[in-house]
Design a protein around this ligand. Structure first.
Ligand SMILES: Cc1cc2nc3c(=O)[nH]c(=O)nc-3n(C[C@H](O)[C@H](O)[C@H](O)COP(=O)(O)OP(=O)(O)OC[C@H]3O[C@@H](n4cnc5c(N)ncnc54)[C@H](O)[C@@H]3O)c2cc1C
Length: 455
């Protein structure tokens, strides 16, 4: 420990190092309950690429594990500390280095908060689409680490589609440049894409070139209430089948609607079994919403209410964004699944989840990026009750098994972390797992980067 601190101090200003155990303990874990976390030896908050290189050279020389962190809003334990590790928090590297309206790119450091970037590019008439519900807190480095999605993916896709190039500090401290700042480019293997979603296991992202789009018109939202989740899922299928491209298509079940109302007095209709939010950012959103409203009615919607204006639309979006925090208030703890299934199987996924909740005698609220088939069943439980905790974990696992059965994936956007490690092996299969482990050891032969995550 003394040798580690001495060596780190040689290349870092004093304020970049935290050693007070009470403070370092607060960096031990992200926002996933129920995930193991170790005790870090030290927390380092670098402000430059050179400082990150110094940390990695030190870690390699002394064989100390390193856990990169952004804002720790992750939901799978992917940023959790391991015992004796260096926590490398990138939050102080938070400069937007360039915004180019001609090239339609932004060049940023990893600690830039998602919403800060969105506002900065918005002022220039540009748009950075990836928008996790945690966008006011989470960082671009964390978004890249988890390949995060959000509310806009049904039209605009996930983070992976916007990362053009990266600067990465490798495990031994070397600096790697991948990708491009051009509109096109196919030189060599796509290492940039490999880093997106790698959960800090291959290198430390210190700079990112991100693609931007022209800012679309502000979106208008429609809320539709259904007598069952199956009817709402039927409406989702109709909307997509008819060729509509909404900018948002989200679902909240009754448990979620009630939790949101209880937490934030949003006045959402509690009598419906499922609430669908659909939005368009097209030149004539009212006309598009009217067409979608008819499709909702054909699927059995009992209430179809288009927002009057952008302000009302924003309130509905706020309600959706507060779904996870609201469900966290139902019981003392939650486990949040992230199963993504083909859209056509969404109804089966939600019905199956309800059956699992009944089987285990638990409350499982479901909110979903319905347009992507990406469900977030939130298992609510009392963590002080061992039996309820055991049932919670068992139901969490059954939900993933159901997702795989329906042709889906165990994680649409939250990542594997420590929470879904066993399930990654099942999804990838033996050959896939072996190759992925080989890739990990090519980048990180000593296994120092974020050990114990993914595999
Ligand atoms: C209320 C709430 C709502 C959410 N909604 C969504 C949502 O809609 N969609 C969604 O996808 N997620 C959502 N999340 C999950 C979370 O916000 C995202 O996963 C986010 O991308 C994490 O960013 P972060 O900065 O907090 O990263 P962290 O949690 O700190 O880290 C995430 C991963 O990235 C790695 N990492 C971080 N920085 C770097 C770096 N510079 N280099 C290499 N690796 C790095 C970490 O090691 C870790 O593996 C939500 C979370 C909360 C609490």
């Amino acid at each position: 420990m003394d040798a580690l601190l001495e060596r780190l101090r040689a290349g870092l200003p004093a304020e970049a190092l935290i050693t007070d155990p009470d403070v370092t303990a607060s960096y031990a874990h992200d926002m996933a309950s129920f995930c193991d976390a170790g005790t870090p030896a030290v927390v380092v908050l670098p402000r430059s690429v050179e400082e990150v290189q110094h940390v990695m050279r030190t870690a390699t020389a002394l064989r100390v594990p390193v856990v990169p962190q952004g804002a720790r809003t992750g939901l799978s334990g992917a940023a959790n500390a391991s015992d004796g590790c260096i926590v490398l928090s990138l939050v102080k590297m938070d400069r937007i280095l360039e915004i180019s309206p001609v090239d339609r790119i932004a060049v940023v450091e990893p600690g830039v908060v998602n919403a800060t970037l969105s506002r900065a590019v918005g002022e220039l008439g540009l748009y950075y689409p990836p928008d996790p519900s945690s966008w006011e807190m989470c960082t671009i480095g964390g978004n890249i680490g988890t390949a995060s999605g959000g509310l806009c993916c049904v039209k605009y896709g996930v983070t992976a589609e916007y990362v053009l190039g990266l600067e990465v500090v490798l495990a031994d401290g070397r600096l790697l440049n991948t990708g491009r700042r051009t509109a096109k480019g196919v030189a060599g293997y796509d290492l940039t894409r490999l880093f997106v979603g790698s959960e800090g296991s291959l290198g430390i992202v210190v700079k990112a070139v991100l693609a931007l789009r022209p800012r679309p018109p502000r979106q208008l939202v429609l809320a539709a209430g259904f007598p069952s989740a199956a009817a709402a899922c039927d409406a989702v299928c109709r909307i997509m089948e008819r060729g509509h491209t909404p900018s948002l298509l989200e679902l909240m079940d009754r448990t979620t609607v009630r939790a949101v109302n209880a937490m934030a007095s949003m006045g959402l209709p509690e009598s419906t079994e499922a609430l669908l939010l659909c939005a368009f950012d097209t030149p004539d959103p009212a006309a598009d919403l009217a067409a979608v409203g008819e499709l909702c009615k054909a699927s059995g919607a009992t209430e179809v209410v288009p927002a009057d204006d952008v302000a009302e639309s924003e309130l509905l979006l706020q309600a959706r964004r507060s779904a996870l925090p609201a469900l966290e208030t139902v019981k003392s703890a939650t486990m949040i699944d992230d199963v993504c299934v083909p859209r056509s199987r969404l109804g089966a996924m939600i019905e199956g989840t309800a059956a699992i909740a009944e089987k285990f005698g638990l409350t499982i609220g479901v909110c979903a990026h319905a347009g992507d088939g990406n469900t977030h069943p939130v298992v609510c439980f009392d963590h002080t009750d061992p039996d309820e905790s055991r049932r919670a974990r068992a139901s969490f696992d059954e939900i993933m098994a159901l997702g795989l059965e329906l042709g889906g994936t165990i994680t649409g956007e939250h990542g594997v972390g420590v929470l879904k490690k066993e399930w990654l092996a099942r999804e990838l299969g033996e050959v896939g797992l072996e190759l992925q482990r080989g890739i990990k050891s090519a980048f990180d032969p000593l296994g120092l980067l974020n050990p114990g995550k993914l595999f």
